[in-house]
Structures are given as structure tokens and as C-alpha cells.
Design a protein around this ligand. Sequence first.
Ligand SMILES: [Zn+2]
Length: 51
Amino acid sequence: MAKMITCPCGWTVISPQGEDQAIKHILIHLHDIHPETAVNEAEIRATVKNV
Ligand SMILES: [Zn+2]
């Protein structure tokens, strides 16, 4: 089952390889696009959806 995470800005990552990959991608997105945003991995993990 693929995992989807949507950033508050509307950017979405879908990873067929699982939650850890999806989180890795959104952490890169946050670092690049929202460097001022402090979100920890647990908070991101809470927003993961199955797709
Ligand atoms: Zn974003």
C-alpha cells in the first residue's frame, strides 16, 4: 500500500515504498521550501495516509 503525505502548502508526496520513504521526501521538501518551519518527524508521521 502506498503512503501519501500532503504538506500544508499543497505539495504532496506519494511513496509506494512505504512510510519511511514518504517521510524522507517530505523532510527534504520542508528543508528546501519551508526552512523556517519546525515540524518533527512524529508530527509528520501522524499525517501519513494510505492510498
Ligand atoms: Zn510545502
